[in-house]
Structures are given as C-alpha cells and as structure tokens.
Unconditional design. Sequence first.
Length: 117
Amino acid sequence: DPENIFAKILRGEIPNDTVLETEHSLAFRDIRPQAPLHVLVIPKGAYVSYDHFAQEASEAEIVDYVRAIGEVCRREGVAGDGFRMISNAGAHGVQEVPHLHVHILGGRNLGRMLTPA
Ligand code: 5GP
C-alpha cells in the first residue's frame, strides 16, 4: 500500500523527527510515544512485515536495518539500561501501518512483555 503513512514519510510528504538515516533505513520518533524513548525503525524498501523483509530483502538491506536498530539503541542511550523491540504484524499482531517497523522502547522499566488479552 503506497499510501500508508510510513510510505508518505519516506517520500517526504509528511514530516518526521528523524533519529538516524542510513542508505536503506530510517529511524524516527513515534508520534504517540509509549515510553520516554519510542523510536520506529523502518526499511526504505516497501516491505510489509518482518517475514516479508526476511524473505525478499537483499543482504545489504538486512545488514543495514539490523545495524541501524543497534545504532539507535546506542545513540539514544538505552543500550546500557535496556530496551524492548516490538514488531507487530498482521491482524493478530494488531499492526496499524502495513510497512515493516520495529518499535524501540526504553527509558523506564517496561514491565512484563504482554498483558493478558
Ligand atoms: P503498529 O501498531 O503498526 O505497530 O504501530 C504504528 C505506530 O506508528 C504507532 O505507534 C503510531 O503511534 C505510529 N504512527 C502513526 N502515524 C504516525 C505518524 O504520522 N508519524 C509518526 N512518527 N508515527 C506515527
């Protein structure tokens, strides 16, 4: 879906608060932060989910994306005290935006991973 909000951010049609930009990836602050640090990291390629990316992205894109996520954690100062990465996919994952994104959350104790549905 080329009209999804992250595709528009990548095309420069919607502003974003960029944390890191690399050849194949973009990291920016979530508009509705759920922790003191809440950054989204997306590949520039039009991949919908992690499994889609893992299957179809080039090795250069995959290496760039994995390293960009680690670099954001270090730059934003959560590598030491810790952080959580979440990538929602599909209906059961309650994915809102159909462009792969990893949420990086940190800056406080985040509690247990899931609350009961
Ligand atoms: P999902 O539920 O798909 O895993 O997460 C989508 C995330 O995108 C949400 O945390 C939401 O706050 C964030 N988001 C939605 N629209 C925008 C936007 O226009 N700009 C930014 N920076 N984040 C957005």
